[in-house]
Write a protein that binds this ligand. Structure first.
Ligand SMILES: NC(=O)c1ccc[n+]([C@@H]2O[C@H](COP(=O)([O-])OP(=O)(O)OC[C@H]3O[C@@H](n4cnc5c(N)ncnc54)[C@H](O)[C@@H]3O)[C@@H](O)[C@H]2O)c1
Ligand SMILES: O=C(O)C[C@@H](O)C(=O)O
Ligand SMILES: [K+]
Ligand SMILES: [Mn+2]
Length: 358
């Protein structure tokens, strides 16, 4: 039986609660299935670490993470550390340094959950957003001059490379082809007149290799509305870094709560470890109260299990989540009265039922 070495970074706020909770489910899934074991190495990199050391992680942080089979992270960012300092000190250097150019975020209406959109039932909404994860609007290019004066000048560049655009679009096409479904591209080539016409050209060029995949192009503003008015029509959606970021909080909302949304930062070539973290952040408004929904983190663990090569076990984790939800185990963000702990226990109980003793 293989033992996986996982770098665990709970990070800030509710990450401190959701990561240990989901880790219990992950360990149990490995034990019950007899498929794998996990060994954790916990790193305390966070805003609290920043306040002690002046940086979010040590200078050789990526070297320390490189040998691990995967990275399991909670959330990054907490006052009083400015959000751009915490994000660019920890999360974004890992995504970019480990070339995790695919950010895969499933949007699915689970059994036991009522969408805020009327008339949708579990299974009606089921698609995946592929977010470009290393460049675009998040390119760390720009600067500020004459800060704080009336003559202040601020430049923030978006950098789109042909290589980077092609590879994320190709990944999305392959995913759509594997399920014989459509691919929707998020664009804004009317207003954003250099990068987005380029994005569309690449989408069309790569698309010529996939005549079997239905190809749809929407401006991001219209697409945002369609997420609300006809979410059942989407299979795979591909977007730039910022568009994918915004669309996936919207996607989380239509599937019931940001607290259940999962995400995988993938380096498809396996040259570097991939990183698994929920879509949500540190939720300072509810942190430390035992109210955080652990399901986003547990579903994220399922994505990690899939990635490590055990999709059957991953499927059972999701099944256990849905059974627990159907029985009404919900934290306040889903309208329930459960705690982080009791939802986690409920998922573990359902998981045990899926693996009857020999
Ligand atoms: N990938 C990440 O680590 C990540 C993602 C988003 C935001 N952030 C950071 O997190 C901090 C807070 O950002 P924000 O408020 O914009 O976004 P957020 O996702 O932390 O919170 C948005 C809302 O969702 C709720 N929420 C989030 N997670 C929840 C959970 N597990 N259960 C129940 N409710 C949950 C919060 O209570 C809040 O009302 C900032 O520092 C931000 O930079 C980090
Ligand atoms: O990528 C970001 O901007 C951070 C966070 O909002 C996320 O979606 O992971
Ligand atoms: K997160
Ligand atoms: Mn986001």
């Amino acid at each position: 039986m293989k033992t996986f070495n996982i770098a665990v970074i709970p990070g800030d706020g509710v990450g401190q609660e959701t990561v240990p909770a989901a880790w219990r489910v992950l360990e149990l899934a490995g034990q019950l299935s007899n498929a794998f074991a996990v060994r954790s190495h916990v790193f305390d990199w966070s805003c609290a670490y920043f306040q002690r050391h002046g940086h979010m992680m040590p200078e050789n942080g990526l070297d320390l993470l490189k040998p691990f089979d995967a990275i399991f992270l909670g959330a990054v960012g907490f006052p009083p550390v400015p959000d751009h300092v915490s994000l660019w000190g920890l999360l974004l250097p890992i995504r970019r340094g480990f070339d995790q150019y695919i950010n895969l975020r499933p949007i699915k209406l689970l059994r036991g959950i009522t969408s805020p959109l009327c008339g949708y039932h579990p299974g009606d909404i089921d698609f995946v957003v592929i977010r470009e994860n290393t460049e675009g609007e998040y390119s760390n290019s720009g600067g500020r001059l004459r800060v704080g004066t009336p003559q202040e000048v601020v430049v923030q560049n978006s950098v789109f490379t042909r290589f980077g655009t092609e590879r994320v679009i190709r990944y999305a096409f392959n995913l759509a082809r594997a399920s014989r479904q459509s691919l929707t591209s998020a664009t804004k080539s009317n207003g954003i007149n250099f990068s987005m016409p380029f994005w569309d050209e690449v989408f069309q060029e790569v698309g010529e290799e996939y005549p079997d995949v239905k190809q749809v192009l929407y401006h991001i503003d219209a697409l945002a509305a369609y997420f609300v008015t006809r979410p059942q029509t989407f299979d795979v959606v591909v977007g730039s870094n910022l568009f994918g970021d915004i669309l996936t909080d919207l996607g989380a909302a239509i599937q019931g709560s940001i607290g259940i949304a999962a995400s995988a930062n993938i380096n498809p070539e396996g040259q570097y470890p991939s990183m698994f973290e929920p879509v949500h952040g540190s939720a300072p408004d509810i942190a430390g109260k035992g109210l955080a929904n652990p399901i986003g983190q547990i579903w994220t663990a399922k994505l990690m299990v899939d990635h490590l090569g055990f999709p059957d076990v991953g499927a059972n984790i999701l099944e256990a989540i849905e059974r627990a939800l159907e029985k009404g185990h919900k934290t306040p963000d889903l309208g329930g009265t459960d705690s982080t702990q009791s939802v986690t226990e409920a998922v573990m109980t359902e998981l045990r039922h899926l693996y009857p003793p020999l």
